[in-house]
Ligand binder design. Structure first.
Ligand code: PEP
Ligand code: MN
Length: 343
């Protein structure tokens, strides 16, 4: 930690700063420049983080040397993590460390027939994980909220019918146990990225977690939310860039593809892209999916539907089965160029 002192700092104030550091049991190194005086503090930065150092008279700024997330950081784990989803009744899917994982399925679980049909599409196209929301976090309380536990059962059976692991969203800490009974991976959606009670419960479930970036969350916020999950003992977190709020109505959200490359420099955790929610436009989704793979994403998450006009949620952004099949072929080609394996 480095303290930058104010230009008008007095000798008394400097003495007091050094005393405070000493009281905390840490070592201070004073460095007086022509225009600024700084204090380098050696010792446990975690301990310092809890202290209101900027409240000490004469302190202008506190500059941490380490990132505030420990377990999620590259320092903690210099090698990329590989997250495995499924196994048992399904073929395991891998994300990270050179493995590109493909998640696809409808926004919501709607009916058994449709879910079984789409599971077959995902498997035949080369997808690895079947998705579908049973608990839908809708902006309006009057919109379709999902089939609940019945939806979980349908998704599980549809996944099993094709030996695909399943991922589904949990919206409430009280439902984590129920969702964990069915799912191979638990999704925390954008609207809940900073629901810390939910993150803590999900972290205890013992399943891999798909953590989507909040729509107004910074990359550091996303990594801090991952830290919540990791701090509960799980090591399997896959991050997901799904777009942030922008001012331009051209796309549903602003697809921040640079965040993927940035996360690679900060964290060992796999990060995938979700161009479906990021753009909301089937005509842009394929190109944006490929861009994500090109910048280093460890997977691609796509919403598909066989009859988008009948979909109970996010129909306008769904790719048709045939479009998804084609996209997977294109993803394969880019994956080869960037040295990623699609199992
Ligand atoms: C979803 O995956 O259907 C979803 C609601 O995503 P997000 O949380 O990214 O909006
Ligand atoms: Mn959706």
């Amino acid at each position: 930690m480095i303290l930058i002192l104010k230009s008008e700092v007095t000798d008394d104030q400097i003495r007091h700063v050094l005393e405070r550091v000493d009281q905390l049991g840490l070592q201070a190194h004073l460095s007086r420049g022509t225009f600024r005086t700084i204090v380098g503090i050696i010792g446990d930065e975690e301990k310092l983080r809890a202290e209101p150092l900027r409240a000490i008279p004469g302190v202008l700024e506190v500059v941490p040397v380490l990132p505030p997330y420990k377990l999620a950081s590259l320092d903690a784990h210099p090698q990329p993590s590989i997250v495995t989803v499924g196994g048992g009744s399904s073929r395991p899917a891998k994300f990270g460390g050179g493995h590109l994982g493909l998640i696809a399925g409808p926004c919501a679980v709607e009916s058994p027939e449709r879910m079984f049909r789409l599971a077959e599409v995902v498997r035949r196209s080369g997808g690895h994980v079947l998705r579908g929301g049973a608990y839908k976090p809708r902006t309006s309380p009057y919109s379709f909220q999902g089939l609940g536990e019945e939806g979980l059962r349908i998704l599980r059976d549809a996944g099993d019918s094709q030996q695909l692991p399943i991922v589904t969203e949990v919206t409430d800490p009280r439902l984590v146990e129920t969702v964990a009974r069915y799912a191979d991976m638990i999704q925390v959606g954008a609207r809940n990225m900073q629901n810390f009670v939910l993150l803590t419960e999900v972290g205890k479930a013992g399943l891999p977690v798909l953590l989507k970036r909040g729509m107004s969350a910074s990359v550091e916020d996303l990594l801090m939310s991952a830290e919540y999950v990791l701090s509960q003992g799980t090591s399997d977190v896959v991050l997901c860039e799904r777009g942030i709020k922008g001012f331009d109505k051209t796309t549903r959200n602003l697809y921040d593809v640079a965040s993927v490359a940035a996360v690679k420099r900060l964290s060992h955790l796999p990060i995938i892209v979700d161009p479906s929610h990021a753009t909301g436009r089937p005509d842009l989704i394929p190109a944006c999916a490929l861009a994500g793979v090109a910048v280093g994403a460890d997977g691609v998450h796509i919403e598909i539907h066989d009859k988008p006009e009948e979909a109970k949620s996010d129909g306008p952004q769904a790719l048709l089965p045939e479009q998804y099949r084609e996209l997977v072929e294109q993803i394969r080609r880019i994956a080869e160029v960037v040295g990623k394996r699609i199992d």
